[in-house]
Design a protein around this ligand. Structure first.
Ligand SMILES: Nc1ncnc2c1ncn2[C@@H]1O[C@H](COP(=O)(O)OP(=O)(O)O)[C@@H](O)[C@H]1O
Ligand SMILES: CC(=O)OP(=O)(O)O
Ligand SMILES: [Mg+2]
Length: 404
């Protein structure tokens, strides 16, 4: 039997895993995810063909590594999933790694490349560490299978220099790699291809404003198939707020957070070496700080349970609008579509409706297909689309295209 591809997407609140056939295009054999890692109890969802299952595991799945181990054990022990019962059935494992630094192409993991990626761990504190833990686990538990990493940041390498550059001392910036990188690029790459196909245009002639709104949220301006700007920066903290992230703030806020702030010693968690400020802004801010929940489905409701929930919703709408206006102007008003994606972008019709209403000045802005048209406005202005993004597919597709 032909071997399969295992694609792993460790997000900040979820681990999504899909097994694919080694065919062009890859076909999903089974799909498993653990979501709500930051809002326990976590939920396990499993799909194999027509068979669907959803449950709350007894085990405490508090980290992406726990979630991955659990998923693997569930899939390998499913008697109906005969295609993948052990590492012998796998040709490749693809891993989404959020921060790739100056690596733009996929990388096959060996001791040397793993060390190089370990050097980037601090730059995506909610992501790279977990992805690398999963890679280390695969190396140990599935040693015969090659692990290939794909980088979220690679898609944004086309951003112009004046967009990528922070106006700080350039010697220090260059020596330390301090620039805008941008993330969610595997998702943007999938969305660009799917939406261009849907619109019947070549990707290299397609202009989009894409919103990937999940536990981490970002927006990307795509001109003629290339990223020209995106809201995340050196790290995924910049730009829009998220489940536990502040998004953009005045950087000086850090020095005024407490009277003691200047005196704090760095709080290094055992494995991640985060400074206290980084930890607060990455893990203790966003929806969690405002409302106590990281579950946006409790916030995006017609009658919010508290003023704080309403405020959280209004903040997200306001920040997204700021970027849409910015990118609409940068694209010279030539936008084929505004695209909603990511857990919140795909599922919250309320967020989409409010944003569409507020974007009506752009000329008319408004489920189980990959791309769905929800435009209103009689053909004036950009169309509004929902795209069910699929980072696992994107990685498997690249493997099939480049290695078969
Ligand atoms: N119906 C819904 N309405 C609003 N938000 C939702 C809904 N369903 C899921 N979400 C939110 O989507 C987010 C997860 O998005 P996802 O893109 O899967 O996250 P990750 O960052 O882990 O990849 C969570 O914050 C969850 O609360
Ligand atoms: C980059 C990022 O924030 O990813 P996610 O939304 O999957 O957490
Ligand atoms: Mg994600």
């Amino acid at each position: 039997m032909a071997k399969s591809i295992l694609a792993v997407n460790a997000g900040s609140s979820s681990v999504k895993v899909t097994f694919y056939t080694f065919t062009n295009p890859p076909r999903a054999i089974a799909d498993a995810q653990v979501s709500g890692i930051t809002a326990p109890p976590a939920t396990f969802k499993y799909q194999r063909g027509e068979f669907k299952q959803k449950e709350q595991p007894q085990e405490n799945l508090a980290t992406p590594q726990d979630a991955f181990k659990y998923i693997l054990q569930r899939c390998f022990s499913d008697p109906e999933l005969s295609e993948v019962a052990s590492d012998n059935d796998l040709a490749y494992i693809c891993h989404r790694v959020v921060h790739g630094g100056d690596n733009f192409e996929e990388i096959e993991i060996n001791d040397d490349t793993l060390h190089r990626l370990e050097a980037l761990e601090d730059l995506a504190p909610l992501h790279n560490f977990s992805a690398l833990e999963i890679i280390r686990l695969c190396k140990k538990e599935l040693p015969s299978v090659a692990s290939i990493t794909f980088f979220d940041s690679a898609f944004h390498q086309t951003m112009p220099l004046h967009v990528k550059t922070y106006p700080i001392n350039q010697q220090i910036a260059k020596a330390n790699g301090l620039r805008k990188y941008g993330f969610h690029g595997i998702s943007y790459s999938f969305i660009l291809r799917s939406v261009a196909q849907f619109l019947g245009k070549p990707a290299e002639k397609t202009n989009l404003i894409v919103m990937h709104i999940g536990s981490g949220a970002s927006i990307c301006a795509i001109k003629e198939g290339k990223s020209i700007d995106t809201s995340m920066g050196l790290t995924p903290l910049a730009g829009l707020p998220g489940a536990t992230r502040s998004g953009d703030i005045d950087p000086s806020l850090v020095f005024h957070y407490t009277n003691e702030a200047g005196k704090l010693s760095p709080a290094s968690t055992k494995d991640m070496h985060l400074s206290m400020a980084e930890e607060i802004l990455n893990k203790k801010s966003g929806w969690k700080a405002l409302t106590g929940t990281t579950d946006f489905s409790q916030i995006a409701v017609e009658n919010p349970p508290s003023e704080a929930h309403k405020l959280a919703f209004d903040i997200l709408v306001d920040r997204i609008l700021g970027y849409i206006g910015n990118y609409y102007v940068k694209l010279g008003g030539e936008v084929d579509a505004l695209v909603f994606a990511g857990g919140i972008g795909e599922k919250s019709s309320l967020l989409r409706r409010i944003l569409a209403e507020k974007c009506s000045s752009l000329g008319g802005v408004e489920e189980d297909q990959t791309v769905k048209d929800i435009s209103k406005g009689g053909g004036k202005g950009p169309r509004t689309l929902i795209c069910q993004t699929n980072e696992q597919f994107e990685m498997a597709y690249h493997i099939v295209c480049s290695r078969s």
